[in-house]
Design a protein around this ligand. Structure first.
Ligand code: ZN
Length: 242
């Protein structure tokens, strides 16, 4: 194969620039700050939904406890009233029995009072949970609004990158089409082997692809050799400027 012309080598380096630009854009697209903010906002919504569900469960439990206590109080009140009625309707005349009925009434009243204290605590708990639920509802609405806003921002930002990517792809096709197919193949192979950049340029005694400084002896040899060679450090293609 004849030595590539300067035009072909310039084109090869331009193709490398375009490919590097495409890789940067692809990275940007996958790594958009808007995307990361959106991910964080979605995590926040999921956390709030979880908290909201928990509070909802606690409220259900507290409401069930409230109904249970109210029913028990009702039953106790009926029992107390029945005992009181017995006390006054004249059916109990025996002194010992009267004292026993009175004792039963105070015992039931004590239990009513205990139940009412517990009920008060449960009602306070319900009130607190309802406040928390309302706060969580508001926070969820705000977080969902934020997700919607960030979604449009992400779409908008990605749109710019996608347009640039499309433009770069057209440029790449043009450059690759003008490049000697054999040279294009050597570049493709070198890029694949290196996992990215396939060609560098000798700049200030350094290969621009691997950035490793070369010895004066290496540089002297490279300058005396062909315009396209291989970097002694990274084995990528290396363009030697005239
Ligand atoms: Zn190198």
């Amino acid at each position: 194969m004849a030595e590539p012309t300067t035009e072909q080598l310039d084109l090869l380096l331009a193709l490398q620039d375009t490919d590097s630009r495409i890789r940067r854009l692809e990275h940007q697209r996958d790594d958009l700050p808007e995307q990361q903010q959106l991910d964080a906002a979605e995590v926040r919504v999921a956390e709030l939904v979880g908290e909201h569900d928990e509070v909802h469960l606690e409220l259900d439990r507290a409401a069930a406890q409230q109904r249970q206590l109210e029913r028990e109080i009702e039953v106790l009140v009926e029992r107390r009233d029945a005992e009181r009625a017995r006390l006054y309707d004249g059916t109990v005349t025996n002194e010992r029995e009267l004292r026993s009925v009175e004792a039963e009434i105070s015992s039931v009243e004590r239990r009513i009072s205990e139940h009412e204290d517990t009920l008060l605590e449960v009602l306070e708990q319900v009130e607190g949970l309802e406040t928390r639920q309302a706060d969580l509802d508001a926070a969820l609405t705000a977080a969902r609004d934020q997700v919607a806003e960030l979604t449009s921002a992400r779409d908008e930002a990605a749109k710019g990158i996608l347009a640039e990517l499309a433009e770069a792809a057209v440029e790449r096709d043009r450059q690759a089409g003008e490049l000697d197919p054999e040279l294009l193949e050597r570049y493709r192979t070198a890029a694949q082997r290196a996992g990215g950049v396939g060609v560098g340029r000798l700049e200030n005694n350094t290969c621009s692809a691997c950035r490793i400084g070369l010895s004066m002896a290496d540089v002297g040899e490279l300058l005396a050799g062909p315009p396209l060679t291989t970097c002694p450090e990274c084995r990528r293609l290396l363009v030697i400027p005239e």
